[in-house]
Ligand binder design. Structure first.
Ligand code: ARG
Length: 627
């Protein structure tokens, strides 16, 4: 996979060597950069313009009908030349390059189409040599470290619509960083501390059952919490009303469940052994279950952290830094920051330490950042949390800055997403992540049963239904831009038609089946260079596929910049559609064009499958081989 091998190979194909170099070119990793480098080097001789700017003005157009690369002429900012005239001139002078057809000027673009003759010779061995690592970059020298914090449910509370996208998108972002050569730490920051835990403990005394806790811990803790919370609601409402009317809430909060809740949480914060022992049991037993559920997604957290794990000494440190900087102020017994006073008007005020002396969500988050920067010395930390917490994270980051750590604040990033609409109304009561997955798995199983012939061939339908059901949920979640809300629609997402998860899985399984059948007929889908006669892959269908396959690295790089799973998914569907329209034309077993064509096509499909599978795995989807 070294540059020298690539050079030598390109030399064999008739391209001049060495490959011209440009600062951002990465030809070993991205085949488009091979083309870019040669095209830019040829253009350099024709136009008086900075060569790096030339290189960077060669862009991937929105659709392949406009070219594989286009030179965006206005970007060259040449004085006194009309871009369209320049395009015509450059097209007439452009030298013959084996890699591309003669360029085509169109308005302010100069379009380049890859030569169908060279395409298979370059792209197929490129992918075949790299397999799983096609698109992965091998970070030279010092690797960077990223923390990706995602999922982060609250113990004893429902796994709400916000945790599902966090889990799916967060896993993707972690994979994406890893495949871009970063070291990644996956952290689940559990909601395992705070007053709600005090309330749960109060509820446990009234409604807890050891037996139920052992049998179904997540469900039982949730039931207990729901019951006690219902009793607590009126007290909470009374306090809120008092506050809204500007009355003192101290009296209301010093009685009833309010007082019991706060007292228990205070005991926890003060290190009371008995209180902590109960809390620890709930936490441990919940994590045990979480591990199994995340495994269904193929997710493995490096750390189950949580609000409880924040170092108390760091909390004290944060507060004293804030006091020193004069940004921390006392107000009726609580401690807060008035952001407006410190150059952040829109952020209002935030309480960091409550009147009873206990820490808040915000204070714990800020302290956790200091803890993590010391423990991991990360280069970037990404929080994958719903857009409902946009303002909250602005406050967290601003607080880190005000505390005197602007460089640390600059490493923090909130990746947000919109709402999943109507999950509970469509699935019935869903409270736990496992409920969501079970329901999608069984809906998938129903869909699979409707095709009796195929169903009979699946050896382990339960597992397959579970995997495809999870794929269905994931693909629905990742189809749009992160920030958009989307409806949770179980009928649509479990359909094999349209751009759904099951369709993607179908496509992968079909390619596997093509390879199996080819092998059985003595055609090796894993054939390498010397054995394949590439002249069988110069037609439009093969070229259409190869052109898409060659773009994968570039698509991954784009996704790394915008952190949008839909960037990858849209690409995979383009690949899948191109494949669907090729099967009838490019036959393998029994191809009328004979064994040579069959062998070349088998290799084409097998490498297309590799790209599809790489993309699915990057998204966190486990490709199935049969379904
Ligand atoms: N547990 C929180 C919730 O359910 C999400 C935690 C997000 N992460 C953080 N560092 N605050 O809303």
């Amino acid at each position: 996979l070294a540059l020298s091998n690539l050079q030598a190979y390109l030399g064999e194909l008739g391209a001049p060597t060495p490959i011209p170099t440009f600062p951002s070119a990465d030809p070993v990793h991205n085949p488009n950069d091979v083309y870019r480098s040669y095209i830019a080097a040829a253009l350099e001789k024709l136009v008086d313009c900075d060569r790096v700017l030339l290189y960077e003005s060669l862009q991937r157009p929105s659709t392949l009908s406009k070219g594989d690369l286009v030179l965006v002429l206005p970007r060259l900012r040449l004085k006194g030349v009309k871009p369209s005239d320049l395009g015509i001139e450059l097209a007439s002078k452009f030298p013959a390059l084996g890699l591309v057809n003669p360029p085509v000027p169109l308005e302010s673009y100069l379009q380049f189409f890859y030569s169908p003759k060279l395409l298979p010779r370059l792209i197929l061995p490129f992918i075949h040599d790299r397999k799983e690592s096609y698109s992965k970059s091998i970070a030279p020298g010092q690797r960077k470290k990223a923390i990706v914090e995602f999922s982060s449910p609250n113990i004893a509370k429902e796994f709400h619509a916000g945790h599902l996208p966090s889990t799916i998108i967060g896993a993707f972002i972690a994979n994406l960083y890893e495949s871009s050569g970063w070291d990644v730490v996956r952290i689940n920051y559990l909601g395992d501390w705070g007053k709600q835990f005090g309330l749960l403990a109060v509820g446990w005394e009234k409604y807890g059952s050891e037996e139920l806790l052992q049998a179904q811990p997540l469900k039982h803790l949730l039931d207990v919490y729901v019951k006690i919370n219902a009793e607590f609601k009126p007290e909470e409402a009374a306090s809120k009303q008092a506050r809204d009317e500007g009355r003192d809430t101290a009296e209301i909060e010093s009685q009833g469940l309010f007082a019991e809740r706060n007292a228990f949480f205070k005991r926890m914060e003060d290190g009371d052994q008995e209180a902590l022992a109960l809390w620890k049991r709930f936490r441990d037993i919940s994590i045990e279950r979480y591990i199994d559920i995340y495994a269904r997604f193929g997710i493995n957290f490096d750390v189950y952290a949580g609000e409880s794990q924040v170092n108390p000494a760091t909390v004290v440190e944060v507060e004293s830094l804030l006091k020193d900087k004069g940004v921390y102020q006392e107000d009726q017994g609580s401690w807060l920051i008035d952001f407006a006073k410190h150059g952040a008007k829109g952020l209002g005020t935030a309480i960091l330490r409550g009147r009873t002396g206990t820490t808040t969500y915000l204070l714990r988050d800020v302290a956790a950042i200091l803890d993590r920067s010391r423990q991991y010395s990360f280069d970037e930390m990404i929080y994958v949390v719903s857009s409902e917490q946009d303002a909250y994270f602005q406050r967290v980051f601003k607080t880190v800055e005000l505390m005197g750590y602007p460089d640390l604040a600059a490493k923090l990033k909130h990746v947000n997403f919109g709402k999943v609409m109507g999950m509970s109304s469509r699935l019935g009561k869903v409270e736990l992540l496992s409920d969501i997955l079970d329901k999608c798995g069984s809906a998938m199983h129903d869909v699979m049963r409707t095709n009796a012939v195929k169903y009979a061939q699946v050896s382990d339908p339960n597992t397959v239904a579970d995997t495809i059901g999870i794929t269905a949920v994931m693909v629905q979640d990742m189809s749009g831009k992160r920030i958009n809300n989307y409806p949770f629609d179980i009928n649509r997402m479990t359909s094999f038609e349209g751009d759904t998860g099951p369709y993607l899985q179908y496509c992968h399984a079909r390619l596997r089946s093509i390879s199996r059948k080819a092998k059985a007929a003595g055609i090796d889908p894993d054939a390498t260079d010397g054995d394949i006669d590439y002249s069988h892959l110069e037609d439009d269908h093969a070229a259409g596929l190869l052109r898409i396959m060659g773009q994968y690295t570039e698509v991954v790089d784009l996704a790394f910049r915008n952190l949008e799973p839909s960037t990858i998914l849209t690409y995979l569907f383009r690949l899948a559609h191109q494949l669907s329209s090729s099967y009838d034309v490019l036959q393998v077993v029994g191809a009328p064009e004979g064994h040579g064509a069959a062998l070349a096509r088998a290799a084409l499909y097998e490498n297309a499958r590799q790209v599809l599978g790489n993309g699915m795995r990057l998204l966190g989807i486990k490709p199935v081989d049969r379904q």
